[in-house]
Design a protein around this ligand. Sequence first.
Ligand code: FPP
Length: 238
Amino acid sequence: MLKQPQHIAFIMDGNGRWATARGHKRMEGHKAGVDALYNLLPALVKRGVKYATFYAFSSENWGRPEEEVKGLMALAELVFKKELKKLVKEGVRLKFLGDFSEKSKISRSMKKIIQQAEFDTAENTKLHVNICFNYGGQQELLNAARELCVKVENGELVADDITTDMFEAALYTAGQPHPDLMIRTSGEQRLSNFLPWQLSYAEFYFTDILWPDFDANALDDALDKFAGRDRRFGLVKF
Ligand code: FPP
């Protein structure tokens, strides 16, 4: 039987270049990127993938030109609010990974939309979709460390007794399996602060395809490569 990943993480890179190459504004690339994401969901379900994590907006993306940041926020509102019914019907469970705390830059209306989307899809089980939004891997680790520090300060926990399981439970992905495969499009080969803990033993797959062009065929190429990988998890196989 072919080895199949249960969880795939995607860095959806290349939207801007895709648009610029066509003489369009960068936002057109992000819109096409959303279409690519949507179109991929049935293909993931068909191939038995249970979890998919998409890097939609990083903590560092706030530094992009104001017009693009505003455009991405508006696009996100549209997707997570107006298109929600479609996702509910398709059996997708949505979870948002990122900083949505009081002091985060995420607007109150956006936070409401996110909460509603998680609530409306909470019973779905066909495909778990994580959207990394205002997400930073280092910030996630720091957040988890702080959470555990508070428990130590309160006398609920002794520092020496902290286990990897406890740390896991303080991450945004608590209770989920780690990604088996990380796919980054557009030819860039770096992690960019994406799931540093969870991707520790993932297989990495890089393709020159720009995200808006990433489709079911491109997914199959990645799955073929994954099936040929020898995952040892630090062990020796004879
Ligand atoms: C990277 O391409 C992409 C992003 C920073 C955003 C990815 C977002 C989407 C696919 C849309 C879904 C997002 C929301 C908010 C629902 P890039 O802009 O860095 O492309 P470039 O490297 O060619 O400039």
